[in-house]
Each structure stands twice: as C-alpha cells, then as structure tokens.
Design a protein. Sequence first.
Length: 305
Amino acid sequence: MDLMTFMPWAIFIAITAGVWAVAAAFSKEESRATERLEELRDPTLRDKKKSAQGISGVVAQATPLVAKALGNKSELEQNEIRVRLANAGFNQANAVETYLAIKVLMLAVGALIGSGYGLLAYGFTQKGLFLIAIVGGVSFYLPELILRFMASSRKQKIFLSLPDALDLLVVCVEAGLGLDAGLRRIAEELSDTHTELCNEFALCNMQIQMGRVRREVLHDLGIRTGVDDVKALAAILIQAERFGSSIAQALRVQSDAMRVKRRQIAEEKAQKTAVQMLFPMVLFIFPGIFVVLVGPAAIKMMGTL
C-alpha cells in the first residue's frame, strides 16, 4: 500500500480535527461551578436554558431574525402594532416580533405557491410573474385581515358582556368589597360565560397587586381592549378615585347607559331585518310561489293552444 492510499484518510482526519478545534475554541463551556453561580445570580436562567432547547427554542431564536426582514420598526409603529395585537387578545412580550415573522413567512409561502403554479401554467412570462406578485401580496396581507377579524370579534364579545359584569361589580361594591376584590370576584364568577372580559379584569388585578398605579392599570385596560365603553368605564373609575366620589353610583350609571345602548342596538338590528329579508325572498321564495300559482294556468294554456 503506497502513500496515495492513505492520503484521503489523512486529509479527512486533518479537516475533522481542525473543525473540532475551531468549534471547541469558539464554544468555551463553563464549569459546573460557574453555571451554579450564574443560576444563583439569576434564578430564571435554568428555565431560559430549558426553553431554548428543542424546536420551540429554535423558533423563538429565529423569530426576531425573520421579523427583521421587514426592516426596523420605529417605536411608534411597534406601539401601534402592539395595541392591535392586544385588541385581538395577544399580550405576550414577543407578540410584535411573532406577528411580523408570520407575515414574512406567509409572503414566502405565497410567493412559493404562486411561482409553482405560475411557472407551470404560464412559464417565465409576464402573466406568471404577475401571478407570483398577486399570490404573495394576498398571503402577506392575510394575517392582517385575520387579526382585524379577531379584534372585531373580541371587541363585540367584550361589549356585550360588560353590562353583566358591571351589575355584578355594583353588587360587590355595595356589599362592602373594594374595587380590586370586586374585579377578582368578577374574574372568578363570570369566567365561563365572559372569558375575554374576565381575562382582562384578572390581568388588571394582577398588575395592581404587583404595585402598579391603579389609574395606569385602568388606562391600559381601555387601550388594550379597544372598546369605547371600557375606555369610558376606566375614565369614570379614575375620576371617582381622584375626586373621592362614590364608585358604586358611577358604576350603576355606566351600567344603565350601556344597557340602554345595547337595547338600542338590538332594536336597530330588528328594524333592519325586514329590509335584509327582502333579497332572500325575491331570490328563493317568490320563484317557488310563482311556479305554484302560475304553473297550472300555464299548463292549461299550452294544452289549449
């Protein structure tokens, strides 16, 4: 066996040893004592290391990089996106980055699907490129449409459940409970029927217990829900706390006003029902009636003629 036979193996061993040496130089592992000291300094470090493992950890690390494809958003733009996500029920700290990453991924998936169909159907022509742009653009704005639909549905649910929650809050306040205890009671009693509003009240109660100022918590509640009546309720509670007026009376007035508003909305929908039923009647009911009434006469006329 000559030297040329061992040359590939020698090159392979040398390259492997070099790569291993470079990897060992750049990934200096800390000793167990150092890791224990870091965990004592930061108790959440162990949970962070566990969360960084597996597919979820890879996704969490890749999300900011994918979101940067849309460019660096200013603080005002991030706050606007964060408010819209909060209106839809997404209050996580990384919600903005996740939302932007989803838009980028949807753009890539749409462009891939459009390119696959467009190139197969039209080839590398203007129609094929136009189809790629159309499918990619629709896929890019699809998360925006879904977010708006979710926010609108959540606002409607919160608006319809607010009068019942206010009635229970009035009963709790008049029975001697404070505002914080009343919010906690509502979150416990109405969690099965009014989940969205109870989650918001539970979050407010937790923030107050953590030491935040109550007026700031109530102000954030109005912005986070996006419902005008909740904003008005937050303003009333802030004024009642500032001027020392009766919270129960303010809540009762607000509950009556919201109940009247909900009744007016129901009456408005009832008045629109007659006009909305006109088109289905013309399209589906009148043709059947016309056939039943005019059909026998038409058959007799055709028989006589």
